[in-house]
Design a protein around this ligand. Structure first.
Ligand code: SF4
Ligand code: SF4
Length: 358
């Protein structure tokens, strides 16, 4: 998987347009085989329209700016992206958190820490509720990218923030191929810095979880086995400890979709997703208990629908019009990319969601 230098948007690539991505996803000719609609799979198990089970997790994308340009990035993030959540929009997020009972806030980006108001935002969330789970999707290298980020491990510790970080492999070559030259070395240093303040250590209460995603056109193998391998190798080679490993399937949108098409793997990958479709995973897809908020305050069913600009199908399309009842009763928008969440043991921001079918 070759590492790009610019976002699709900066390249003015046609896949930088969400309408074009949706057209590709629904174009049978491009696939080379007749792919059933995801919706029909849900209909067959009486799960359509797909409904929320509750609003438990608020996932907030605080901006698309990132210090990396990873090949598989579904956000199309990078240093050239300037979309950043303002303090005013953060205030709207805080209002939603004050008035409604989410047990988790999941902060993502881009590199969320690059938002100038990131630390203020974390402090405000913690002030609302000392027990709410705050997750930051930290890409690790940001900690070393600039001296002003070197103290992030201490900041995370002070505010009891759970750190979730991508590391596609425990080897330098595979990690750098997907995430950029030097990423593995800096990620290892950052993990050691997090370990040094207590993250991933037994009894510290400071959670450090890693995310594995395949570095090619294949599906992840079992999460438990991958976790064992990662734990053994990272401990033996670098003395690193962490809590859990989440195995995530690459969703065929944005830069990963571009990779699939350029490498002539698109049809075969979609066929793999279809063949691995698991109705058990469909019941537990993350959009059923999560709401995703865009950098500009718009509301989506999940991070992937956000990147395809598919806003929630109800009146509460923006945080300004937040309406819990409407959101709990909405129908979730599904499309062909949803096959990525239901293949094998399923995939979510927290990894597998079900037992894999044989
Ligand atoms: S670190 Fe994350 S947000 Fe940044 S480019 Fe890589 S995958 Fe995208
Ligand atoms: S892509 Fe989003 S909407 Fe589709 S199943 Fe996955 S979480 Fe749900």
């Amino acid at each position: 998987m070759a590492n790009p230098v610019k976002s699709l948007k900066a390249q003015k690539h046609e896949l930088g347009e969400t309408e074009f991505q949706l057209k590709v996803l629904n174009d049978t000719e491009k696939l080379g085989f007749e792919m059933p609609k995801f919706k029909s799979k849900l209909q067959a198990i009486d799960l359509y329209p797909l409904k929320p089970t509750g609003l438990e997790i608020l996932q907030i994308n605080v901006g698309k700016m990132c210090n990396q340009v990873c090949a598989h990035c579904h956000v199309d993030a990078g240093p050239d992206r300037k979309e950043i959540m303002t303090k005013e929009t953060m205030e709207l997020c805080l209002d939603a958190l004050k008035n409604h009972t989410f047990h988790t806030v999941d902060l993502t980006g881009g590199a969320p820490e690059m938002n100038p108001n990131f630390r203020w935002f974390v402090e405000q969330i913690r002030a609302i509720d000392s027990e709410i789970k705050i997750i930051v999707r930290c890409n690790l290298t940001i900690i070393l990218a600039n001296p002003r980020f070197h103290d992030l491990p201490d900041f995370f510790k002070t505010h009891k923030v759970e750190v979730v970080s991508s590391l596609p492999a425990y080897t330098e070559a595979r990690t750098d191929a997907q995430r950029g030259n030097g990423v593995f070395r800096d990620s290892i240093k950052a993990l050691q810095m997090l370990n040094a303040v207590g993250y991933g250590q037994v009894g510290s209460g400071l959670e450090l979880n890693l995310v594995y995603n395949p570095s090619g056109a294949f599906l992840p193998s079992g999460q438990a086995g991958l976790e064992l391998n990662f734990k053994r190798k990272l401990k033996a080679d670098f003395g690193i400890e962490f809590n859990q490993l989440f195995a995530i399937t690459n969703i065929p949108i944005s830069r990963y979709l571009d990779y699939l098409i350029v490498s002539d793997n698109y049809g075969a990958y979609m066929e793999k997703l279809l063949n691995a479709y698991n109705p058990g995973a469909a019941e537990h897809v993350m959009c059923r208990n999560t709401l995703s908020i865009g950098w500009d305050g718009f509301v989506f069913d999940c991070d992937f629908n956000q990147m395809l600009d598919l806003k929630v199908a109800c009146g509460a399309k923006h945080l300004r019009d937040f309406d819990r009842e409407e959101l709990e009763n909405r129908s979730i928008i599904v499309n062909q990319h949803c096959f990525g969440c239901t293949a094998g043991a399923g995939s979510s921001c927290g990894g597998e969601v079900a037992q894999a079918t044989a």
